[in-house]
Design a protein around this ligand. Structure first.
Ligand code: HEM
Length: 141
């Protein structure tokens, strides 16, 4: 039983750390897509940061899954909310990647379109993460 509690508390600690990291990368990504660099430098940055973002999202999912499993696979509305939030973030990341693939070095309009989409997406991600975190702590008080 004690080992189980250790597992839950460790997974929750990691879950919290990865929430922070996801938030940090979302904020960084927002500033990266807003900066006016030449296209090559810009696209390298966007791609490497997107990769880190996927890793952190996967880690957030995995630590959540461990807590979920160790606390008895109970599907509460909190769990549904967190999984939907993460699902939405991953879905819009995949969409954004499609828009990114359509950008061309000499096509400024395609880059502008990507930037608009990307800014909107990262702002939404940041708000979703903050809202879900606020709700989680509000209900556990
Ligand atoms: C946007 C993504 C997510 C955010 C912002 C988030 C946020 C949080 C927060 C703030 C807590 C409370 C931590 C604490 O007690 O200190 C929590 C707990 C938890 N999370 Fe997440 N989470 C996310 C994704 C997930 C996913 C994908 C799963 C499931 C696979 C999950 C499963 C859990 C479980 C089971 C708990 C414990 C529930 C409880 O104590 O009532 N989370 N999460």
């Amino acid at each position: 039983m004690e080992a189980m509690n250790d597992l839950i508390s460790m997974a929750l600690t990691l879950h919290r750390i990865f929430i922070g990291l996801v938030l940090l990368i979302a904020i960084l990504s927002y500033f990266f897509v807003s900066s006016d660099k030449d296209f090559r430098g810009f696209s390298n940055r966007v791609e490497s940061v997107a990769l880190q973002y996927y890793f952190m999202l996967a880690a957030l999912f995995f630590t959540g899954l461990v807590v979920f499993g160790a606390t008895g696979l109970e599907v509460t509305w909190q769990v549904v909310m967190m999984v939907s939030a993460l699902g939405w973030i991953i879905f819009t990341s995949a969409k954004l990647h499609q828009v990114f693939k359509r950008t061309r070095e000499r096509d400024i309009a395609s880059q502008k379109l990507f930037k608009t989409y990307a800014k909107r997406k990262y702002i939404t991600d940041i708000l979703i993460i903050l809202a879900v975190t606020a709700v989680m702590y509000a209900v556990s008080l």
